[in-house]
Design a protein around this ligand. Structure first.
Ligand SMILES: [Zn+2]
Ligand SMILES: [Zn+2]
Length: 344
């Protein structure tokens, strides 16, 4: 079968590999769409041995059940499904304490994280425990953002945000856009973005959000955001200066949710954190319940994937789309790869 994988010169190359076998208690899924995640963008050129040459990336997967292994009940060929991104071990302290989405072994089981094959492939074989049924009426282009939207709902669940609150999102990239969509689905609509890229600000403004240039915020501080100090801030940039900025902008007793992964240690004013009694929480991954919630909002039309997905491309264009997504002035937001789409 055809896949896109990390090549020796650290590009994403198209190659043929053996089609995976549908073992007992597994399901083979024909991959219809697989989103490009920020993790994938980092993996392509990462020196971390986890991301070895030959790795097939991709963990934001939707598709059609192609074959059902012996012993699997409840699924049949033709079923349309969204995949949760990994299988918790069930034995570590996180799994045993009911927080299996933080499984200490999660990277080795996670789809497209260097060990298990990912979704940049025509087919993938997974445990049926990962499958979520896509409701009729929801297209693969729409359902294709279920996993990253669930990640956004997880961040919203980690925040204290409620309707009526002033919320600020640092970074109008895919995670920021999904976070705004998740907030809106929960009727939290007083949202302002901060981003240095005019193309991404324009995309957010097209969806009726306010979007402010980072330079204006650096110059004028919280005044640039509008009337109210945000009581919740979502850090969705991964920039090394973003957490420090969030600490300055946040209201007294506000909560900052960190979702980006900066390459270096960050500096922030502990004085401000103490004086304002700021709460800072991290947000990683998502639960299977958040997958269901995300899909429910998509099916109900409360989240419009059309406003977030900017391109759907065949495997052959994956590498070029990585470049486009990494371009600081680029206008791509969420790109879905369609592995069974013809190259031309
Ligand atoms: Zn991801
Ligand atoms: Zn575990």
């Amino acid at each position: 079968m055809k896949v896109a994988r990390i090549s020796p010169d650290r590009t994403i190359e198209v190659a043929q590999i053996a089609e995976p076998i549908t073992a007992p208690n597994t399901v083979k899924v024909r991959v219809e769409r697989c989103g490009i995640c920020g993790t994938d963008l980092v993996a392509r050129t990462s020196p971390n041995p986890r991301w070895a040459v030959g790795s097939v990336l991709g963990h934001e997967i939707v598709g059609t059940v192609a074959e059902v292994g012996e012993g699997v009940a409840g699924w049949a060929a033709g079923d349309r499904v969204a995949l949760y991104h990994g299988s918790p071990c069930g034995q570590c302290e996180m799994c045993l304490s009911g927080r299996d989405y933080l499984c200490l072994d999660h990277l080795d089981s996670a789809l497209g994280h260097g060990v298990a094959q990912g979704g940049y492939a025509e087919h993938i074989v997974v445990s049926p425990a990962l499958l979520h049924r896509i409701p009729d009426g929801l297209s693969f282009d729409q359902a294709g953002i279920t996993e990253p939207l669930a990640i956004a709902f997880h961040g919203v669940n980690k925040s204290s945000a409620k309707p009526g609150d002033a919320v600020c999102i640092l970074g109008a990239g895919p995670i920021g856009a999904m976070t705004a969509a998740a907030l809106k689905a929960r009727d939290i609509t007083d949202v302002v973005f901060v981003d240095p890229n005019p193309a991404r600000r324009a995309l957010m403004e097209k969806s009726s959000y306010r979007a402010v240039d980072l330079a204006a915020v650096q110059r004028d501080g919280v005044e640039a955001l509008g009337a109210r100090r945000p009581t919740a801030i979502f850090e969705c940039t991964g920039h090394v200066d973003a957490a420090g900025l969030a600490v300055e902008l946040i209201a007294y007793n506000g909560r900052i949710v960190l979702q980006g992964v900066p390459k270096a240690a960050v500096l922030l004013s502990q004085y401000s954190v103490v004086q304002k009694e700021v709460e800072i929480v991290g947000s990683a991954s998502c639960t299977q319940a958040e997958m269901e919630e995300a899909m429910g909002h998509l099916a109900a039309g409360r989240v419009r994937a059309e406003d977030i997905v900017t391109a759907v491309v065949p495997l052959e264009r994956a590498d070029a789309m990585f470049d486009a997504l990494l371009d600081p002035a680029g206008d791509q937001l969420k790109v879905l790869i369609a592995p069974n789409m013809p190259a031309n």
